[in-house]
Design a protein around this ligand. Structure first.
Ligand SMILES: [Zn+2]
Ligand SMILES: [Zn+2]
Length: 246
């Protein structure tokens, strides 16, 4: 039996040429932006000229740049991640500790080995990593979706906003006074960072004046809301505004 290092290295060596071919076939490197929906498990790669491609994925795990730890997606207790339990079970059968411990101190290289192992066990067609400020997401791509016919892509497009500057992005809400020209303060409903995982809540922010009025009227209600005239913008616009207002 191979020890873990030999096994993971041989899986990685197998993945590299397959991944090169995959990237060539779908021109993966030609896309400069990404957007993903973790409920639908669909990632969209796209360009400013609206050229786009969609893949179904299985989330394998995340690497936290702040705590320098790996976390398997099954460890999150998300029933949608049931497929990845197969990797855990494989780890238990072979006594590969890194495959059956949910979370542990790690580095960015572990994730690539895990992708290679997942590729074999879960039948991938390619792999993709999303890097955000705090977290790297490791995704196993399992299917290229036809954007004309796939019903989940229609759902995805309804949930997002087609921003004239940034293309399909998640929705965010700001008061009418927030803009890119002049700082007016930036009060948020909760702490945010770009591409963060959102549960039920949307990104929401308002200016200092709105905050004074909100406090005077004990929160957002019929009296305080008319002053804010909340408008819908895209997530990228939201963080551009946040940057100049902080
Ligand atoms: Zn305002
Ligand atoms: Zn935008």
């Amino acid at each position: 039996m191979l020890d873990y290092n030999e096994y993971s290295q041989s899986e990685l060596n197998k993945l590299i040429p397959i991944q090169d071919e995959f990237k060539e076939k779908y021109k993966i490197d030609s896309f400069s932006h990404w957007f993903y929906d973790d409920d639908l498990k669909i990632i969209r790669l796209y360009n400013d000229d609206k050229h786009e491609i969609f893949f179904k994925y299985i989330p394998i795990g995340t690497y936290s740049l702040t705590s320098e730890t790996w976390m398997w997606s099954w460890f999150n207790n998300d029933e949608n991640n049931a497929e990845t339990v197969k990797i855990k079970n494989f780890g238990l059968e072979n006594n590969y500790r890194k495959l059956y411990e949910g979370t542990f101190p790690s580095d960015i290289y572990d994730g690539w080995e895990f992708l290679a192992i997942s590729f074999n066990i879960l039948d991938g067609i390619g792999v993709y990593t999303l890097n955000t400020e705090n977290l790297n997401y490791y995704l196993l791509l399992i299917e290229n979706l036809n954007s004309e016919k796939d019903s989940n892509i229609k759902i995805l497009k309804q949930q997002v906003l087609d921003c004239p500057n940034h293309g399909l992005q998640r929705k965010a809400f700001v008061c009418q006074h927030l803009n890119l020209e002049k700082p007016v303060g930036f009060i948020e409903a909760f702490d945010t960072y770009p591409k963060m995982e959102l549960e039920e809540e949307d990104l929401q922010a308002w200016c200092n004046d709105c905050e004074n009025i909100r406090r005077k009227h004990n929160g957002w209600n019929e009296e305080s809301e008319p002053y804010a005239q909340i408008k819908l913008i895209c997530e990228n616009c939201y963080f551009e505004i946040k940057n100049i207002n902080q």
